[in-house]
Design a protein around this ligand. Structure first.
Ligand SMILES: NC(=O)c1ccc[n+]([C@@H]2O[C@H](COP(=O)([O-])OP(=O)(O)OC[C@H]3O[C@@H](n4cnc5c(N)ncnc54)[C@H](OP(=O)(O)O)[C@@H]3O)[C@@H](O)[C@H]2O)c1
Length: 317
């Protein structure tokens, strides 16, 4: 099969197309013929070696943590899926290889049925970001009606979905975004108001929008612009951020701060499927690259200011 892989950690140019064996599904695994894979900033950190989870990497490494396609084969203990099912999946540092490939073999528990509302490119671009956004909004922040929620980094891959999941809970959703295009996108996705967190009067703007304080804040980036807004979270409020956000938001005595990781599982994918339908989810995709241009996709993601997600299209071009 064709796959985009690395033989050593390094810059985007180490990521090249090559022919590798198709991974065999184990007894509880599903082999997916991938239509599309998501590209995340964490993929770039894995490529350059900053975040590889083991001391002893086995090269070549096929990158990619999520994607969507159809079931091509399955192990004898897999009951939930049939050959040909449309699925999406998320697995971090899969030892059998990642999603920048024509085929991936993953544990069936990391796989869900792709929502009928999404095409396979949209599903491939939103498996892990969808889980991250939904679990932040529903499980960690427990966003509900009439709550004021701030999505910090609302135009990015996770933020653009979190805005919609919070809105479906009938919350008042505020977002941060920089530049006219990003602000317009976040408003189109349902945010009630958008501010530029890097602007000099961001604190005053947010205070005017939420005079009683912010009930819940989902932080998808760290640093000084976030630090200036954190005091506006009211006493008793919540701050959540997925691990990877740096620098990590500093705890405050009267505010609960929780870091979390996206979790994949049959129940998690079923909940995400339902939330996609409830939110009539739109998946903003900033750019689509063919598999052989995975290195260019990494160059693009490292430049920053991506509106939504970057995806690799593997089949169906
Ligand atoms: N642990 C997990 O399970 C998990 C899963 C998924 C993601 N994550 C982490 O979650 C974070 C967000 O992921 P993502 O894919 O949504 O990233 P992304 O697409 O790059 O989005 C980041 C957002 O933050 C904004 N931003 C960045 N730096 C900023 C700054 N200094 N001030 C204000 N805004 C800033 C960006 O806006 P601009 O365009 O204006 O810069 C963008 O909207 C990453 O750290 C990722 O590693 C963790």
């Amino acid at each position: 099969m064709q796959a985009a892989a690395i033989d050593r950690f390094g810059p985007p140019s180490v990521l090249t197309l090559r022919t590798l064996p198709v991974p065999e599904p184990g007894p509880h695994e599903v082999m997916i013929a991938l239509h599309a894979a998501g590209v995340g900033i964490w993929d770039a950190r894995m490529r350059d070696g900053a975040w590889w989870p083991t001391d002893d990497p086995t090269f070549p490494i096929v990158l990619g943590t999520d994607g969507a396609g159809t079931v091509a084969a399955k192990g004898p203990r897999v009951r939930r899926f049939q050959i040909g099912d449309r699925v999406w999946a998320y697995e971090y540092a899969n030892p059998k290889g990642g999603f920048y490939a024509e085929y991936v073999a993953v544990d069936a528990d990391q796989v869900g049925r792709a929502p009928t509302q999404l095409d396979l490119l949209e599903a491939g671009a939103s498996a892990v970001t969808g889980l991250t956004a939904l679990q932040g909004i529903d499980d960690v922040l427990r966003v509900g009606p009439a709550k004021t929620v701030l999505i910090f980094g609302a135009s990015g891959a996770v933020g653009s979905l979190a805005v919609q999941f919070a809105k479906r809970r009938k919350a008042r959703v505020l977002g941060t975004a920089s530049g006219r295009d990003a602000a317009r996108l976040v408003r189109r996705l349902g945010a009630d108001a958008v501010i530029d967190a890097r602007s000099g009067d961001a604190v005053e703007q947010l205070r005017a929008l939420a005079p009683d304080g912010i009930d819940a804040l989902l932080a998808l980036a760290g640093g000084d612009p976030l630090g200036r807004l954190l005091p506006l979270v009211r006493a008793g409020g919540w701050i959540a951020y997925p691990n990877g956000v740096e620098p990590e938001p500093k705890p405050r005595p009267s505010v609960r701060v929780r870091a979390y990781d996206a979790v994949a599982g049959p129940r998690e994918f079923a909940r995400l499927d339902q939330a996609v339908a409830e939110a009539k989810l739109r998946v903003p995709i900033a750019a689509v690259y063919p598999l052989e241009q995975a290195a260019q996709a990494h160059e693009r993601i490292e430049k920053g200011h991506v509106l939504g997600r970057i995806a690799l299209q593997i089949r169906g071009r």
